[in-house]
Design a protein around this ligand. Structure first.
Ligand code: DON
Length: 349
């Protein structure tokens, strides 16, 4: 009788231990402060419906191709660090990544040279001016400003090593593909359209040469930079690129550590300060997430440890940031308590 009792007690303990370890394992795979999927789905749907008919803003037209992209396109994608994917709207349309590429070339430059060298050769100060400002290059002590304005980005591209232009460009494209977990390609019409109209960026590169703040041939650097801006991404691919940053540099879909984890805080800090150019202060105030915009109409925002949201909608505000993308991300971030500067984002009541 005694033996039978102790046997059943032992069996009970074993079952309890198994249940507990299952629970621990399932908790381990997700962040303790990540909201539930159905909550995220409902909030994204609300945001999508609320802003879909907003007609504010205007497509970029200084790159002629972008002026004729359908202004009504609108897609939202979220990828979490445990690789859940949520999508709504035009999420399979491939648009040009534009300035969002600057984030990932910065990651590659740090991978090759280390963060200290990149900080020294480019800097990380907000300019408070338009993304293509010549005055910022003249005025700022570093001239390059930061890696997310055109001048600093062209200088960052110039840091990428390679025996010739093709090798450098292919290295950048392959690196982006690993971050997206997909093969990415150049949208040739966008590249040709920008290459034919980018006298301003060539002028910035030559001005940087005057100050010794560009580290390869200025025109070659502008050409590679123009190609990197013309890479096509869907909202889902862009959200996965963001999720790789949110996941400490490890692509949540492929499991590959693509960006070194120690580089991630430098990248996110730079995005927080300059990701929306002269709109970055207002963005930090209202949203509190590192993000990056592109004149193609995309914005990706990162909730570190949780995931990333990418929105694509071509009409832009005065600073060159997608109007609807800002609205949707602000709405979702507020409802889901993502604001990085709010202690409640890590579960504090
Ligand atoms: O160099 C340019 O002007 C464009 N290829 C990229 C600018 C951009 O995306 C600024 N974004 N908001």
């Amino acid at each position: 009788m005694k033996r039978a009792l102790s046997k059943s007690v032992a069996a009970g303990i074993l079952i309890a231990a198994a249940v507990l370890s299952l629970r621990v394992a399932s908790q381990e795979s997700r962040s303790p402060v990540a909201p539930r999927r159905e909550v995220v789905e409902a909030v994204v749907r609300e945001a999508y419906d609320k802003f879909r008919n907003d007609t504010n803003g205007k497509n970029a037209d200084y790159i002629p191709y972008l002026a004729q992209v359908d202004s009504k396109l609108f897609g939202v994608a979220i990828v979490t660090t445990d690789n859940q994917v949520l999508t709504l709207g035009d999420v399979n349309y491939s648009f040009s990544i534009q300035s969002i590429s600057k984030v990932f070339t910065l990651a590659l430059a740090m991978d090759e040279l280390g963060p200290d060298k990149v900080f020294q050769q480019i800097g990380s100060e907000p300019t408070g001016r338009a993304f293509n400002s010549v005055l910022a290059v003249v005025d700022m002590p570093t001239h390059t400003g930061n890696p997310l304005v055109n001048a600093g980005a062209i200088a960052t591209t110039s840091l990428i090593s390679g025996k010739d232009e093709d090798e450098k460009w292919n290295k950048i494209l392959t690196f982006y593909g690993k971050i997206a977990g997909d093969k990415l390609t150049l949208i040739d019409e966008v590249y040709k359209s920008e290459a034919a109209t980018n006298a301003g960026n060539k002028a910035l590169a030559m001005l940087l040469a005057k100050y010794d703040r560009i580290y390869a041939d200025p025109f070659e650097s502008v050409d590679i930079y123009t190609k990197q801006c013309s890479v096509g991404v869907t909202a889902v691919q862009l959200a996965r690129m963001g999720a790789t940053l949110a996941n400490n540099g490890k692509n949540p879909a492929t499991g590959e550590q693509v960006i070194q984890s120690e580089d991630v805080p430098h990248i996110l800090a730079t995005m927080a300060m300059a990701g929306l150019y002269d709109g970055s202060g207002g963005w930090a105030w209202h949203v509190g997430l590192p993000a990056k915009s592109g004149v193609g109409g995309g914005i990706v925002a990162i909730a570190p440890g949780k995931g990333a949201i990418a929105v694509f909608a071509p009409p832009l505000d005065e600073a060159g940031n997608s109007v609807k993308a800002q609205e949707v991300i602000e709405y979702v971030a507020r409802k889901l308590n993502y604001n990085l500067y709010s202690p409640s984002s890590v579960g504090l009541k």
